[in-house]
Design a protein around this ligand. Structure first.
Ligand code: CMC
Length: 436
């Protein structure tokens, strides 16, 4: 409804204020008029983790955490994962509509034409130590792209923005594959634009001396589905970073590198790597109850469980569970799936998890598939970052043309010392050293 309002009484002054309600929210700036006196700054809201603060308006992804619903541009994730290619979904996220056949053909061609990276960037990647974490390599090399494309700074030009979007989506699998092969000391494989997005990535990862690498179609499809599921997830931590850094008008490569840094954290995309380590540590079903006990005592976290928004089964985890079975038909069963299934069964029937509405999230099962396909755990978050680049860029573009958007610059509640007089060094006396 258009003219809904909220009436607030300030009990400090007995004054009443009426503020408009817009799409179930009030504008924080409308609270500024609520003052306790002429010198008062005005009321603010305090929400350090954005628990109940909308930082933007977005038309890209819809998520209902209570009902376990996820839609891209209105389309249910289940249907997109069933019927689309990853680049088709990327087109949808970036442009708002599913492509026609011609549009898709052009888009595929355009992205795949930008999969090559500059030879100097290869040399730059060579400089990383042999055991550098692939996420560190990805973050560093994406940031380095900004030095290759200085035109990217022209973020107010829509044509220029689009060019960087295509470049980034095209180059991400190449950078990821080079990071992988660098680690193993294998020669880099040039991209093959004749292949689809996932098969080209697999080719760059796993081609050896055979004249033509042929990707297993079941594994290639599984990778496409996993990419689709990870492509966007509205205002998650890394996307919020993308928007915040982008709001300073930094170029999209520097901005994407910042988003990669956020994704790497174990509470966000880094969780898929942690889940595998956790399953390794648990080792067998009989050790699950003791592990769960530690979680309930607050000594550990059940990685891959819980979500800020989902208070129901993460629909992506449901799809991933099904994909896992398809992958195992090809690779053989990863025994960790049985530990994971039992862990889920025990957790979902335990009061601790029920009360807190903790369900498996996207990271709980994805690593088990990646491992079965031959990836090492330190590659898992890279596999999240490749498709999430599309979501980051869609949200970045949306943010830049949003007339409401200004540089992200939160307020704080100052809790430090009041003004005090400076004490010269010679008059400061002695203080006992505190060692950590
Ligand atoms: N294991 C054990 N307890 C948990 C877990 C967990 N995985 N997640 C939340 N809790 C408890 C938490 O201790 C708290 O309990 P209490 O009320 O007694 O203090 C309660 O549940 C609420 O948790 P919270 O930390 O306030 O919730 P949040 O919304 O701030 O955090 C989260 C969300 C995803 C960071 C958190 O659930 C978590 O750390 N999960 C494990 C890491 C993980 O799997 N991350 C991937 C998230 S999904 C994909 C992505 O974003 O990349």
């Amino acid at each position: 409804m258009d003219n809904e309002t909220l009436t607030i009484t300030d009990n400090r002054t007995n004054q009443t204020y009426t503020v408009p309600i817009y799409r179930g929210s009030i504008r924080a700036m409308d609270l500024r008029q609520i003052k306790n006196g002429a010198d008062d700054f005005g009321l603010m809201t305090y929400d350090p983790a954005f628990m109940n603060t909308a930082s933007c308006q977005s038309a890209i992804t819809y998520l209902d955490g209570e009902k376990g619903i996820l839609r891209y541009r209105g389309y249910p994730i289940e249907e997109l994962a069933e019927d689309c290619s990853f680049l088709e979904v990327a087109y949808l996220l970036l442009n708002g509509e599913l492509p026609t056949q011609d549009e898709l053909d052009n888009w595929n061609h355009e992205v795949m034409r930008h999969t090559m990276i500059h030879e100097n960037l290869k040399k730059f990647m060579d400089g990383f130590h042999h055991d550098a974490h692939p996420m560190g390599v990805l973050m560093g090399s994406v940031a380095a792209l900004s030095t290759f494309y200085p035109d990217a700074r022209n973020i107010s030009d829509a044509k220029c923005r689009r060019k960087q979007v295509v470049r980034l989506i095209g180059k991400m699998p190449t950078l990821a594959a080079y990071a992988y092969r660098h680690r193993l000391g294998l020669p880099y494989i040039y991209p093959d634009p004749e292949l689809c997005y996932a098969k080209n990535y697999m080719n760059m990862l796993w081609k050896r001396t055979e004249p033509k690498y042929v990707a297993n179609p079941v594994l290639a499809r599984a990778l496409e589905v996993l990419f689709i599921l990870h492509a966007d997830h509205e205002q998650n931590c890394s996307t919020s970073v993308m928007r915040a850094v982008g709001s300073s008008h930094a170029d999209p490569y520097a901005t994407t590198a910042a988003a990669i840094a956020a994704l790497w954290g174990p509470l966000h995309g880094g969780a898929n790597e942690e889940v595998l380590r956790m399953l390794d540590e648990i080792g067998s079903n009989d050790r699950i109850p003791a592990f769960i006990e530690q979680v309930k005592q607050g000594k550990r976290k059940l990685m891959g469980f819980g979500h800020r928004v989902y208070k129901n089964y993460d629909p992506r985890a449901r799809i991933i569970k099904r994909v896992a079975e398809e992958v195992f038909q090809v690779t053989g069963r990863n025994p960790k799936i049985d530990i994971a299934l039992e862990l889920e069964r025990i957790a979902l029937s335990d009061e601790y998890f029920i009360q807190r509405k903790l369900y498996p999230n996207v990271d709980f099962y994805s690593g088990i598939i990646y491992q079965a396909m031959g990836f090492t755990p330190d590659q898992f978050t890279v596999l999240f970052g490749i498709p999430r680049t599309v979501g980051w860029l869609a949200q970045w573009q949306e943010m830049l043309v949003d007339t409401d958007k200004k540089i992200a610059r939160p307020r704080q509640i100052y809790i430090g010392e009041d003004a005090r007089n400076f004490v010269p060094l010679t008059q400061r006396g002695k203080r006992q050293l505190v060692t950590a």
